[in-house]
Write a protein of this length. Structure first.
Length: 310
């Protein structure tokens, strides 16, 4: 007797709902208004700090550890009678720490793709609900209503859990905050790669080439020096070859991250990681590039055949 073929397993309902949320445009007007408002905040240099550029990765996940840890600890204490005072103190610490974490999160959110912003908005609403519930919990405790305080605290922790799940979806499924150029050193093979004749690279203009199927940005300066960077922006893979070249840097056309052409350093955010950069040389009138740090992990000097310079 032959067995009937098994039906393929259905899609995870949670993931299906999240996929629908990514495609749902109903709140796009709210997203646009909030994005414009966040971008208009007069933060100055603090904006890069809030993005986490000095750390080399977003600072928001670091900041949220304090409120989440405080509120989780408060919930553990609430499982034992008579510890409401200590729980209230932890809830207060979490509420105080939630503000800076939220500001960093909104600054990052304003520079994401639309699909990510849709999920991020619900993530923020979940956390706002959590803050409201914990504020109510603390108020109840201060008024001697310990049972209500504990109840609101557990509801707040539930909202935090929903927000954390959405945050995980943003970070790991939608790759917000990830370094979108990280794979370049693992894909580009060692050695020199010819990318074109010198005449193919007009002075001061961004030209896109490919090395081992990896897009590369090539720029020739007035003095003849050639720079090459990974072409997809480390922030969200924006096309740097379509960006602006000025003052020895390239500005991403999508979210405005600025990278130094000489070494790929991220001069300003929202990118928190530099661009992989290439050494360059000119041999027989042709430009060749080699990924930096492939020669035993040490940066090599740019090699240029001077006699072959135009």
């Amino acid at each position: 007797m032959s067995e009937s073929p098994r039906r393929p397993p259905g899609r995870n309902r949670v993931l299906s709902l999240l996929d629908r949320l990514e495609r749902e445009p109903a709140a796009d007007r709210v997203v646009d208004a909030l994005r414009t408002g966040v971008r208009a905040l007069p933060l100055g240099r603090a904006r890069d700090l809030l993005h986490g550029r000095p750390l080399g990765h977003p600072v928001h996940p670091l900041l949220v550890q304090v409120p989440i840890g405080s509120w989780l600890s408060a919930a553990v204490l609430d499982l034992r009678p008579g510890r409401s005072r200590e729980s209230g103190l932890l809830i207060g610490v979490g509420l105080a720490a939630a503000g800076p974490a939220a500001v960093a999160g909104w600054v990052d959110w304003a520079e994401l793709h639309r699909q990510q912003q849709r999920v991020g908005l619900v993530h923020a609403l979940s956390n706002i609900a959590a803050v409201g519930l914990y504020a109510t919990s603390l108020t109840c405790r201060l008024r001697g209503r310990e049972a209500a305080g504990r109840a609101y605290g557990f509801l707040g922790l539930t909202a935090v859990g929903v927000g954390g799940m959405l945050g995980g979806h943003l970070a790991y499924r939608q790759a917000s905050g990830a370094n979108h150029a990280e794979e370049v050193p693992h894909v580009v093979t060692e050695g020199w790669h010819r990318v074109g004749a010198v005449a193919d690279f007009p002075v001061g203009e961004a030209v896109r080439r490919s090395v081992d199927d990896v897009p590369v940005l090539v720029v020739r300066e007035t003095g003849g020096e050639v720079h090459a960077l990974a072409e997809r922006c480390s922030h969200l893979a924006g096309p740097l070859a379509e960006g602006t070249i000025a003052d020895g840097c390239v500005r991403c056309p999508w979210h405005g991250s600025v990278f130094r052409l000489s070494d790929g350093w991220n001069v300003s955010g929202p990118a928190t990681a530099p661009q992989p950069s290439f050494e360059t040389r000119i041999i027989g009138g042709h430009v060749e590039v080699r990924l930096r740090h492939q020669n035993g992990g040490r940066p090599a000097r740019r090699q240029v055949a001077r006699s072959a310079r135009p």
